[in-house]
Design a protein around this ligand. Structure first.
Ligand SMILES: Cc1cc2nc3c(=O)[nH]c(=O)nc-3n(C[C@H](O)[C@H](O)[C@H](O)COP(=O)(O)O)c2cc1C
Length: 374
């Protein structure tokens, strides 16, 4: 129904308008008594065979909605009713801000991609904390970034402010230093800048959440050179972080099917979806090789099909994030992916997805894969 009826209508609208229409309709429908139960029965029936233990949490499915869709934590419950194992809300900044001028989100259908320069349009950490204070049963990761108006020298205090407000309410917290649309943000990935930032966020989390400190992750860009990725991975291990989200959108423009002048005419921004696939997978492999099982790796970037998802799990990811494919494929995608993954696991003789992961992430599994095994 999505492909034949809903998508053709949504794709006639400007991309950001389509987002608000679709997300608004989902939230409105979800608020009608009985609809939540119907959606969950259809898209998210609880199945222990799909559950994944990661970051000290039990995810009902490894398929997570990537940051940027629910920037203000306004509809994570409705999104989980579509079968996401968690929603990563944000990016939320210390203060509310409008983001870049519109238009700032574009489709590249020939590439199954999106180009965005949203610029962290969001309601700010105070307002988001009010939304996240409500009791919930779904898992919500919180992704934080820097307020544009805050000077680079004061970036740490902006992240600390968000951590104080949102850390105790998050199931996991992600420090985003990798969006291309806030000037100077990605410079924070240099170890000399990243170390004090991550130390400050971690200390703040421990101070405000105590024993119940939620897991802390950092989200990186695919455009870092390999030695820079290795340096961030080493730092994350050294500082006792829990994981890395790899990757954010790319500023690279090579190899697109959309004609270069058309892409240029859209202006600056980060590209997501299929063009990101190969690099995001390579970054994941590099991280896995460097950190082994010491960090939880969360894969993002061009995951569209069960094949892609299975490949990322085998390459070392424990959780899988999607955004762009959700726009192109529609609401059935999360459940289609998790069911498809379970079918793969069962075809290899495992009863559960967790058992398949345990094998593929073990030294035996890694050796078997290297030898061309399952
Ligand atoms: C419109 C749009 C907005 C995004 N906003 C954010 C954001 O606010 N914070 C963030 O960390 N990533 C953001 N992302 C990046 C996604 O979380 C994800 O890392 C990236 O799109 C790669 O996944 P995909 O290929 O499945 O889309 C955004 C992506 C898109 C398409």
């Amino acid at each position: 129904m999505y492909s034949s009826l809903i998508k053709p209508v949504l794709f006639r609208l400007p991309a950001e308008t389509a987002h608000h229409v679709a997300f608004g309709a989902l939230r409105a429908a979800h608020a009608v008594p009985g609809v939540k139960a119907l959606l969950r029965a259809r898209f998210a029936p609880r199945d222990p065979a799909l559950e994944i233990s990661a970051l000290g949490l039990r995810f009902p499915s490894p398929i997570v909605l990537a940051a940027g869709f629910d920037k203000n934590a306004a509809g994570y419950e409705a999104l989980c009713s579509l079968g996401f194992g968690a929603v990563e809300v944000g990016t939320i900044t210390g203060r509310a801000q409008p983001g870049n001028p519109q238009p700032r989100l574009f489709r590249l259908p020939a590439d199954r991609a999106l180009l965005n320069r949203m610029g962290f349009n969001n309601c700010g950490s105070l307002s988001a904390s009010e939304r996240l204070r409500r009791a919930r049963t779904d898992l919500v990761g919180v992704n934080i970034g820097k307020t544009k108006a805050v000077a680079d020298e004061a970036a740490i205090s902006d992240y600390v402010e968000s951590t104080e407000r949102l850390g105790p309410l998050a199931d996991y917290l992600v420090v985003n230093v990798s969006s291309p649309n806030t000037p100077g943000l990605r410079d924070l990935q240099a170890v000399s800048r990243l170390r004090p930032l991550l130390e400050a966020v971690k200390d703040t989390l421990t101070r405000v959440a105590g024993e119940r400190r939620p897991p802390l992750l950092v989200k990186i860009a695919p455009d870092l050179a390999d030695p820079e990725i290795v340096a961030v991975a080493d730092l994350a291990v050294e500082l006792g972080l829990d994981g890395i989200v790899a990757t954010n959108t790319t500023i690279a423009r090579a190899g697109l099917a959309t004609p270069a002048p058309e892409v240029e005419a859209l202006g600056s921004g980060g590209i997501s979806g299929r063009p990101l696939q190969a690099r995001a997978l390579a970054v994941l492999r590099l991280l896995r090789e460097r950190v082994g099982a010491r960090l939880t790796l969360v894969a993002a970037g061009g995951i569209e099909s069960v094949d892609d998802a299975w490949e990322r799990l085998k390459a070392g990811a424990t959780l899988l994030q999607i955004y762009t494919a959700f726009i192109y494929e529609g609401p059935e995608l999360p459940s289609r992916l998790s069911r498809g993954l379970l079918a793969r696991a069962r075809a290899e003789g495992f009863d559960t997805l967790q058992a398949a992961l345990a094998f593929h992430h073990s030294p035996r599994g890694v050796l078997a894969a290297a030898a061309g095994g399952p």
